[in-house]
Design a protein around this ligand. Structure first.
Ligand SMILES: [Zn+2]
Length: 469
């Protein structure tokens, strides 16, 4: 064996080691949480249990957040079903039942007050906001006129009460230490309103979204998940309007979170901003990762991908419990305390909801190039047994030939197979960077194939045929 050959083979093992460390982890973690939502417990998510906050029946924790558990349950399962092609009869049942629970004025759950806006109103608003986006995520999966009509009635209710909740006095009143019932309960509805405009093209939903976006600000003792959720909504507003002011606002708020020290070294967004940092929250971690991946998608600024990667591997994965739940861990000076909470009322759903977004952000395919951004290997088994996996990736190194089949999703419409029509380059910038951070040299090569070794720092494996080593 020539020196040149040995030089090539060693790096193959290096890449294999890196790949096997993470191969399938994203899929297995998503399946764990999916199984918990469908079959796990306690508590078990029966129809009645889920729908209690939309009735309302105050028979479990947090039903005062009208539509919160029900909305997140619907949104998470619908998005996963769209991603992996599975059908969940439980989901269809819950949606059919919830349509009958809508109040005359369009909202769900407890009645709103008629005089001054109260904390109770904010709790009801939060849940209804989660329900609006949940219904619309279900509509993407199953575009039923009845679901859209229900969502429109809820959106129209938001439009009707908009002036009341956009009042500067209300902004000020709820921008203190109200945490879960603060002003974030109102600003988080942007996401649903923008999606409603995307479907109906009705401008009134965008107009209200813009008004709420202008009232979205970070402040001390704020509930971080609500804030991150609002920022995701404003990013969606940018995606629909292409108005730069919204992207600039999200980026400025991202800077603010970092500069204020509210993102912890391991990439955790604490449940409550300074000076009340005490524990993490699965919802916040999930939405922080989603926000960063969204910003990366829009700007291709690597700082967002690096931030998503930090939080994904060091906090989002850590936050997951062995039961599949997501939740809270109390911080200590040296790590976390033994005390923790499986937040079945929110984080478990939000954790599940994040997985399809992470998988979709991991790869991007174009005509003559395939880019790998995250060192994760999603394998939605239902649709795509041969879905993009590292074993296949090995065979395709350094680049690929016309006719090679990959599976990817980059537009939110579910996983699809992509037959590359022409020889293509393989862009591996994240793999290269990760490899450089490990005590191995990175000189990529394919198994049973050959290509020019990749110099450290290079990130493109050019298109080429298989050649013997
Ligand atoms: Zn949560």
């Amino acid at each position: 064996m020539s020196t040149h050959c040995r030089k090539l083979i060693l790096p193959v093992f290096s890449l294999l080691f890196i790949a096997s460390t993470f191969a399938g982890e994203l899929t297995s973690r998503m399946e764990l949480t999916l199984d918990r939502v469908l079959h796990g417990g306690p508590p078990v998510y029966t129809d009645d249990f889920v729908l209690a906050d939309a009735v309302p029946e105050h028979v479990r924790r947090f039903t005062e957040f009208s539509g919160d558990v029900s909305g997140r349950y619907i949104g998470a399962l619908a998005t996963v079903a769209q991603f992996n092609g599975k059908k969940f009869s439980e989901l269809d049942q819950v949606v059919a039942k919830i349509l009958k629970l809508q109040k005359e004025d369009g909202h769900f759950g407890d009645p709103f007050s008629t005089n001054e806006v109260t904390k109770s109103d904010m709790a009801i608003m939060w849940g209804n906001g989660r329900l609006l986006i949940g219904l619309l995520e279900y509509y993407r999966l199953n575009p039923s006129p009845a679901v859209l009509a229900c969502a429109r009635r809820l959106g129209d209710y938001f439009v009707k009460v908009g002036p009341r909740y956009n009042d500067p006095a209300i902004v000020q009143k709820f921008s203190g230490d109200q945490v879960a019932v603060g002003y974030i309960c109102w600003t988080q509805i942007i996401e649903g309103l923008v999606e409603l405009n995307r479907i109906t093209h009705d401008e009134k939903y965008l107009k209200l979204s813009g008004e709420i976006a202008r009232n979205t600000h970070r402040h001390p003792k704020q509930h971080s998940h609500g804030f991150a959720c609002a920022l995701r909504g404003i990013l969606e507003l940018y995606r629909v309007t292409h108005d730069d002011q919204w992207l600039k606002k999200v980026e400025a708020e991202w800077d603010g979170i970092i500069d204020s020290g509210n993102l912890l070294p391991q990439g955790a967004l604490p449940e409550i901003f300074k000076p009340l940092i005490a524990r993490d929250e699965g919802c916040a971690e999930a939405d922080w990762v989603r926000l960063n991946l969204g910003l990366w998608s829009e700007t291709r600024n690597p700082r967002y991908l690096e931030s998503a990667e930090l939080s994904l591997f060091n906090e989002f994965f850590f936050n997951q419990f062995s039961t599949g739940d997501y939740g809270h861990h109390t911080f200590t000076d040296g790590g976390v305390a033994s005390r923790s909470a499986r937040a079945w009322w929110c984080c478990t759903f939000h954790g599940l909801r994040a997985f399809p977004d992470i998988a979709r952000a991991a790869f991007h395919a174009e005509l003559t190039r395939l880019q790998i951004f995250l060192l994760v290997v999603p394998e939605p088994s239902g649709l795509t047994p041969e879905l993009f996996n590292i074993g296949r990736l090995h065979k395709q190194l350094p680049g690929g030939q016309a006719g090679d089949v990959f599976t990817f999703d980059d537009d939110g419409k579910g996983a699809v197979h992509q037959t590359m029509p022409a020889p293509f380059d393989l862009h591996l910038s994240r793999l290269v960077k990760a490899a450089q951070q490990l005590p191995v040299a990175f000189e990529a090569n394919g198994i049973g194939s050959r290509a020019a070794p990749v110099e450290p720092g290079a990130d493109i494996l050019p298109a080429g045929g298989n050649q013997d080593v």
